[in-house]
Write a protein that binds this ligand. Structure first.
Ligand SMILES: [Fe+2]
Ligand SMILES: [Fe+2]
Length: 222
């Protein structure tokens, strides 16, 4: 028996993903433009072309359901693209910007992988064989894109980013204190006061310890 509730969720998921893919298509234009690494640039351009196919497959799915291709709302993807734009506008070294681009792109790919995986499963449960196959094809492309990004990060972008100088344009304090007014250095005076307070506290809080546990050679039986 077909569940109308699941059918309703299924159409809602399709509409949400339709909006997500349209946002991603737009976002990939910016990402391809901002990428410095030539492999990364071409990976984004290739995936943008694939994204066009993803949109087309969603439209085919709507058609198979006799539904209009309606664009729902995907605030999750909107947030991830917003984060990506913020991350790449920080004025890093180009290799660090590339690392930020890969981080953002992989967050987006994982969103898509989860969404297409669920859609494929729900299509199967509802008996929509054609949609199940369409979603499966797209899911495979999302997984391949994710793997390709991992490869580019490991082989090229991350090693370069690891050797990049610290970008002064970065805003906000770093956790290691590099953004402090004295450059994160602790004066000898401060260190001496800290040690004295630490010593006094350890003397005050020193406890006699837990009394030794009575040894029972064998478990007591009742
Ligand atoms: Fe996609
Ligand atoms: Fe994708």
């Amino acid at each position: 028996m077909r569940s109308e509730a699941l059918e309703d969720l299924f159409v809602h998921e399709l509409e949400e993903l339709y909006d997500a893919e349209k946002q991603i298509y737009k976002g990939l234009t910016v990402m391809a433009k901002k990428a410095a690494d030539s492999d990364l640039k071409s990976a984004f351009s290739t995936h943008q072309k694939q994204t066009k196919d993803h949109i087309r497959r969603l439209e085919q799915s709507f058609k198979a359901l006799n539904e209009d291709a309606r664009r729902g709302s995907a605030p999750g993807i909107h947030g991830l693209i917003k984060q990506a734009n913020e991350s790449i506008s920080r004025g890093h070294d180009p290799s660090v910007t590339d690392a930020a681009l890969i981080t953002s792109a992989q967050k987006i790919e994982h969103y898509e992988m989860a969404a297409y995986g669920c859609l494929r499963t729900h299509a199967g449960i509802l008996g929509y064989k054609q949609i199940e196959e369409l979603m499966s094809t797209t899911l495979k492309e999302e997984e391949e894109a994710d793997k390709l990004l991992t490869g580019i990060a490991e082989n090229s972008v991350n090693p370069h980013a690891a050797a990049a100088p610290y970008a002064q344009a970065r805003t906000g304090k770093r956790h290691d204190g590099a953004g402090d007014s004295n450059g994160g250095k602790i004066s000898l005076g401060t260190m001496a006061i800290g040690l004295a307070i630490g010593g006094a506290l350890s003397l005050l809080l020193k406890s006699p310890g837990n009394p030794p546990r009575p040894q029972t050679p064998y478990p007591t039986r009742y």
